[in-house]
Design a protein around this ligand. Structure first.
Ligand code: NAD
Length: 953
């Protein structure tokens, strides 16, 4: 039964209702504050609950309601249709902003005799303290000026203000909860107290779903503040598209009752729908935090509105809507309760005018009025256009003459015929039918963090022993300690390194295993890879613990690393089966059969770096195995423990232990043996250019067959930013690209080349934002930057920075207070040209170079002349610039208007050209072929007694 039917029939509504009530009355909501997952699990329960509310209130079927709706529609429908385009143009200009300054906006409101106006200071989230100070001053000034224009009479008949919490803290994120609570509450408290004194009602605006729990903690803390106690002017916006909307309202009612105060609640549908959907897909979450169908949101809105009206002793309902059906429904349901409507400045004017003409006693409508300079308008405007311009939006449909009045004003419940979740876009299914998306974890959920923390604690208790695994048997030998790069005194285990004899033994056994392994079908091998992916998924926290403690990766990085490994396994499993199908008959003259097929080459050696100790390690091995090779796997010396854990799971999944051997060790000791062995059939290498060149030379010196080398190496990665770059977008992308994983990603940004007109602005913001970065223990959520991998790496980086300080301008160096491990503070140098860049600097060191407008083409030539070609970023609004860069830059992966790290398997196949790699790209459609021999078979069918094909004609 689909959800719509369930909503209409509710055969089991009592049970559902009881369940909901139980969860709510036991205070689970409060306990689960911040626990997205647990609430999401209950999403269908909430959905049914909305249904039960609706069925008890079938007001939409009332004749009066239909009548009013049709009148509204007739009065404004055609007008809207004809002016739809004009409306959009107006929106794009000043129409959406009430005034550049708060004084202008107040004056404009007064001229139009509007007293119910909620002023909103335009702007996006603060990125640094400079922004926070600016927004705080703007809010303070606004409250004072608004207050001067308010009387001390009825609070809700006055001007009010909306405050965006993310504007008041530069790291507004639940990962930073303790810091945010400590630093944001005092200034916010000041603003609320000022607003109370000035008699100005405040609403905390709603933002992205993963901010919700943090916003509620803040609201709750201030709600209990004795200075604010008893004041009815402190309110919150609630988004109906959130599956948590109704429980959230219940939570607010409970808060209001505790204090015997009324909370003003602005009910909106929600403006971040597309980004919520995208994020949930990227994170591989179990479900979306928001409804995927617009109709479900419409129903949720009505259910929430109904509840708010029922609870109007505790809540002051402020219904923000431009939907005539919603308005009418509320008018019908309200039965004399006090509330207000709200609309955006520049929208819905005709609609509310029509309502007032039909229903002169309709409650008042407050205008949500953005204030600010037009350069701050763009993101706000885009959100509004997406929200109201979507095909499913009422405003859009009203302007569409194809949509009949009946359809326009129909009951969303009766429209709700399909299931609540859009079948095509479940996060797990975005790569269907090829493969399942790797499952993510919601790191904003405290339960999830506890689970990972437990895995890390358990990891801590084990004395890990890593040794060469030959035929699955750990080999004996002398061991040496392995340390956590974030903490000198944390010994995580012991490593027995392989010797030359063990390398040779591994080759002998691998080669012997080949015939049996090659007898298995590709489908069988693919099934084993998929099984392995499932095991990785089951062991996700444990694998993360390895990566965090051994490679110093932060929690989010470790999570994405495991997911990438899982994606590689499933992607290559699928690709191998497709290749098998492509091994097919080829065309030719009659009387001849031609067939092409792929076969494993033999024993492939997979040599991987420490900076992706699981993903690259697994990807290389999976690709080699699935096409029928045996593998000798050589992990990086710094990360053998993660590799050991992965091999164990691969064997458990069904890869024979004599087909896959692990040889951890020092390349200075076993490197030659690895490359010289006669059984070797090819090498997949990822690491430094120097390492690849050494191996290449050794291979060239071998007698006999010329073996393939797939080498993925480093680069000097550039980001170009022209004067049209949007700073709000550019700066976070710079920080992520250059400093995430302490700059130890092959794709990491090394040089920002910025057009001189915006260079100073960029530098100012970049410096301020660099100071916001937190270096520290990678197992702490609040940490942005973990350690570099080793004492040697740290020393090399420090020596490089010392040398650069003497040669070029040091623009900034973050002050560092962590000497427990190998921590390198982020640096920013200004360089005069690209020639000063001598090679790859593998750490959090960014260089900046200015270029003159008009010289972009020369700049690209210089970049190409460096010889590397791994990643390149571009921030520009100009199509012509995008075209120029994408057609002339000789680079493997180009990223436009986004950060330049975190390539996704199958979506962004990864690998460079020039001195950055040989290709084919990992995670791309041409990778597997390189691990295979192609063999054709041609049979002359006429030679053995006649061509039956011709005879049959
Ligand atoms: P590295 O070259 O020091 O080591 C890589 C691996 O090669 C290690 O397992 C090492 O033991 C082995 N190795 C090195 N020389 C060898 C030899 N002569 N014979 C056999 N094995 C040998 O690199 P690293 O420090 O581990 O990793 C960082 C480097 O990897 C950076 O340059 C980075 O840009 C690059 N990288 C590239 C990609 C990519 O996809 N292009 C991805 C990750 C890392």
């Amino acid at each position: 039964m689909c959800m719509a039917e369930a909503l209409l029939r509710i055969p089991d509504s009592k049970t559902q209702q009881r369940l909901v009530n139980e969860i709510l009355t036991r205070g689970h909501w409060d306990e689960h504050l911040g626990s997205n997952t647990s609430l999401l699990v209950n999403a269908s329960t909430w959905g049914l609950f909305f249904g039960s509310q609706m069925v008890e209130q079938p007001l939409l079927e009332s004749k009066t309601a239909q009548n009013i709706l049709q009148q509204i529609s007739q009065r404004i429908g055609s007008k809207m249709a004809h002016t739809a385009m004009m409306q959009a143009v107006k929106l794009m200009a000043e129409h959406f902003v009430m005034g550049a300054e708060i004084s202008d906006a107040i004056a404009r409101a007064q001229v139009s005799r509007q007293q119910r106006v909620s002023f909103d200071c335009l702007g996006e989230a603060a990125q640094c303290q400079m922004d926070v100070d600016g927004y705080f001053a703007a809010y303070q000034d606004a409250i004072e000026q608004i207050g001067e224009n308010c009387t001390k009479e009825r609070l809700f008949d006055q001007f009010s203000i909306s405050i965006k919490l993310s504007a008041l803290h530069s790291r507004y994120d639940s990962f930073k909860q303790p810091q945010v609570m400590k630093e944001l509450i005092p200034p916010l408290r000041k603003l609320i107290i000022l607003a109370k004194q000035q008699h100005v009602q405040v609403t905390l605006d709603a933002e992205e779903a993963d901010h919700l729990a943090l916003s509620l903690q803040i609201f709750k803390t201030l709600w209990h503040d004795p200075t604010i106690k008893g004041w009815h002017g402190f309110g919150l916006a609630v988004q109906a598209y959130q599956k948590r909307a109704l429980p959230l309202l219940k939570w607010l009612v409970a808060l209001a009752k505790e204090r015997k105060s009324r909370i003003p609640v602005r009910l909106v549908k929600g403006a971040y729908w597309d980004s919520e959907i995208k994020l949930a897909q990227q994170l591989g979450l179990d479900d979306y935090p928001v409804f995927t169908r617009k109709t479900a949101t419409d129903i949720s809105y009505l259910a929430c509105a109904n509840y708010m009206l029922q609870q109007s002793d505790s809540l002051y309902p402020q219904f923000a809507t431009h939907n005539a059906h919603t308005i009418t429904w509320i008018l019908q349901a309200s039965q004399g309760k006090t509330f207000e409507f709200q609309r955006l400045h520049g929208m819905g004017e005709a609609l509310y005018q029509a309502i007032n003409e039909i229903e002169p006693n309709a409650p008042p409508c407050r205008i949500y009025a953005p204030v600010g300079l037009h350069n701050r308008l763009l993101p706000y405007l885009v959100r509004r256009l997406l929200e109201n311009g979507a095909n499913s939006s009422f405003v859009n449909q009203m302007a569409d003459q194809q949509v009949s009045d009946e359809a326009l004003v129909s009951n969303p419940l009766s429209r709700f015929k399909q299931s609540a979740i859009h079948p095509l876009i479940k996060p797990a299914e975005i790569y269907a039918p090829e493969r399942r998306n790797s499952k993510g974890l919601d790191l904003h959920c405290p339960n999830t963090i506890q689970r990972i923390q437990r895995a890390i604690d358990e990891h801590n208790k084990v004395a890990w022993q890593v040794a060469p695994l030959i035929k699955g048997i750990p080999q004996r030998g002398d061991s040496k300690p392995l340390y956590n790069p974030a903490n000198h005194s944390d010994q995580i285990g012991q490593l027995i390194e392989a010797n030359v004899e063990q390398v040779n033994l591994a080759y002998t056994i691998s080669q012997k295993s080949l015939s049996e392994w090659q007898l298995t079908s590709i489908e069988q091998r693919a099934t084993i890879l998929n099984k392995c992916a499932d095991l990785f998924e089951e062991q996700l926290p444990e694998l993360m613990a390895h990566i965090i403690r051994e490679a110093g990766r932060t929690l989010p990085d470790a999570l994405s690393e495991v997911r990438e490994a899982i994606d590689f396994l499933r992607y290559y499993a699928y690709q191998a089966c497709s290749l098998q199908q492509a091994s097919r008959d080829l065309p030719g003259p009659t009387g001849e059969q031609n067939q092409l097929a792929l076969y494993g080459r033999g024993v492939i050696t997979c040599i991987s770096p420490w900076n992706f100790p699981l993903a690259i390690f697994t990807g290389q091995i999976a690709a080699a195995l699935v096409v029928g090779n045996a593998v000798v796997a050589k992990p990086a010396s710094a990360t053998p423990l993660t590799a050991f854990a992965a091999i164990k799971l691969m064997h458990q999944a069904g890869i024979p232990s004599n087909t896959l051997q692990l040889i951890p060790g020092d390349s200075r000791i076993i490197g030659k043996a690895l490359v010289d062995n006669p059984a070797l059939a090819g090498i997949a290498f990822t690491g430094s250019l120097a390492g690849a060149q050494r191996i290449n030379r050794s291979l060239a010196n071998r007698q006999g067959a010329i073996l393939p080398l797939i080498a993925e190496t480093g680069g000097i990665n550039i980001m170009l930013a022209d004067s049209t770059a949007l700073l709000d977008q550019l700066i976070p992308d710079l920080l992520t690209s250059a400093f995430n994983s302490a700059g130890q990603r092959c794709s990491a940004l090394r040089v920002l080349i910025v057009q001189e007109e915006i260079a100073e602005l960029v530098i100012d913001r970049l410096l301020a934002c660099m100071d916001e970065l937190k270096l520290g223990a990678p197992d702490q959520l609040a940490t942005d930057i973990g350690p570099v991998i080793s004492a040697d790496a740290l020393q090399t980086l420090q020596a490089y920075c010392d040398k650069m300080e003497k040669q070029v301008t040091l623009l900034h160096k973050v002050s560092l207070h962590n000497n427990e491990g190998h921590f390198m503070p982020p640096h920013l140098f200004e360089i005069p040209n690209l020639q000063v860049m001598s090679g790859e600097t593998f750490g959090p060191v960014l260089h900046l170079l200015r270029y003159k407008g008009g010289e972009l083409a020369q700049m690209i030539q210089q970049i190409n002349a460096m010889g590397y070609g791994l990643t390149l970023g571009l921030h520009s609004r100009l199509q012509s610039t995008m075209q120029l860069v994408t057609t002339t830059a000789k680079v493997g992966n180009i990223y436009i208007n986004r950060n330049m790290i975190g390539a996704v398997v199958g979506s962004q196949p990864f690998g460079g050209e020039g001195t950055s790699g040989t290709g084919p790209k990992a995670g791309g459609p041409y990778y597997l072929q390189r691990f295979a021999h192609e063999r054709t078979v041609s049979i002359n069918t006429t030679a053995i007694g006649g061509n039956t094909e011709l005879l049959g004609r």
